[in-house]
Write a protein that binds this ligand. Structure first.
Ligand code: PLP
Length: 362
């Protein structure tokens, strides 16, 4: 009889067996500065108004398959012109998966600059599509000759450009982005997950280029728990994507909650303003402690810890955990991120606790 281990080996694709599941550490009881969430709570009044809406949810029914009220709310909150279509996903992670499935012909390629959002590569592997990562320059700008060579020689079907980028937190030059889009015969996804903290958006690319879609999420603005991502663009693309979307991917509670939250979007944006103010304070404070901080257009700071001894980032990360503060250690993830840490911006109080712990450690 074949053992279960052997059956798994025989049946599961080797590239899946070689993967580790997306790591999510246990953060219970910790100051959580690892996942780019909005740390601010809703007022009691707002929570009660939301609970009232939820009370009337038709939980016995399947959700609306297209969630039109959510889409209307998004359009209004984000000023998206009517001529562009919208498709929703269970987080933008799901949309990345749909996009990759859409182009997953034999020998299809997905390309992204690196270091970047890890799910582009993971999902390419899930879908059996080749992934090509092109390293950024040492100061985290686009390596234009390398990007253009890859585009011209390999013509990837799909290119992901996160703007601002995770984990480097920066925006690339807009004229360089245009150059890449023009050179590409593939579909280019502007991933604007960190838009609420950024000085630039790329919605206008939809009017300029037929091969661009703009992807966003409600996760970073304050609704990570809802899992709602969205993509805007020409219906020619989105109609195809819609065919491979699970019909009820946005559940009843998410739809009601998102409709409600979008009516109060200004409150969420107000919280993002507080985060941006704290970002400035933290940039200064971390620099004073000896970190090299990179300019951030997002709700986190990429910092290099090369002020004392090599390999210090991992040690600082571990010691912070002992102080009950969870951040993200990026060292070891990519050669350009040697000795790097990523600090999500928390509330003023949480950031204070982080700084106190760092003062204690360093
Ligand atoms: C660049 C980027 N895109 C997309 C996502 C996924 O966001 P969501 O929560 O909508 O799945 C993240 C999450 O960290 C991200 O950093």
């Amino acid at each position: 009889m074949t053992s279960i281990t052997q059956m798994v080996e025989n049946l599961v694709r080797p590239e899946i067996r070689a993967l580790s599941a997306y790591p999510v550490g246990d953060a219970s009881g910790m100051v959580k500065l690892d996942a780019m969430e909005n740390p601010h709570q809703w007022s009691e009044e707002l929570k009660q108004a939301w609970a009232k809406k939820i009370q009337h949810a038709d939980i016995n029914r399947y959700p609306h398959p297209q969630a039109p009220k959510v889409k209307d709310g998004l359009r209004k909150a984000m000023n998206v012109p009517e001529q562009f279509d919208c498709l929703l996903g269970n987080g933008s992670d799901e949309i990345i998966q749909l996009l990759t499935m859409l182009v997953a012909k034999p020998r299809a390629k997905v390309m992204a600059p690196e270091p970047g959002f890890v799910m582009y590569k993971m999902i390419a592997i899930f879908c059996g599509v080749e992934y090509v990562g092109i390293p950024l320059t040492a100061d985290f700008e686009l390596d234009m000759p390398a990007m253009l060579t890859c585009i011209n020689e390999q013509q990837p079907e799909l290119i992901f450009l996160a703007q601002p980028n995770n984990p480097t937190a920066n925006l690339y030059s807009e004229s360089q982005l245009r150059e890449l889009i023009q050179a590409s015969q593939g579909l280019v996804i502007m991933d604007e997950a960190y838009l609420p903290f950024s000085s630039r958006n790329h919605l206008h690319f939809l009017e300029e280029f037929d091969n661009v879609l703009v992807m966003r999420t409600l996760s970073k603005v304050g609704l990570a728990g809802l899992r709602l991502g969205m993509i805007f663009g020409r219906s020619e693309w989105l109609n195809e994507l819609d065919k491979i979307r699970m019909p009820y991917n946005i559940n009843v509670l998410t739809q009601i909650s998102a409709e409600f939250a979008l009516e109060h979007y200004d409150i969420l944006l107000g919280q993002c303003e507080l985060i941006k103010q704290e970002r400035t304070r933290m940039q200064n404070a971390l620099t004073e402690l000896g970190f090299t901080c990179y300019k951030s257009e997002a709700n986190f700071i990429l910092a290099r810890a090369d002020m004392a001894f090599e390999g210090q980032a991992k040690e600082i990360f571990e010691q912070l955990k002992r102080h009950n503060v969870l951040i993200k250690c990026l060292a070891g993830g990519h050669p350009l991120l040697e000795n790097c840490l990523r600090f999500t911006i928390g509330t003023e109080g949480e950031n204070g606790l982080l700084l106190e712990a760092l003062k204690d450690i360093l």
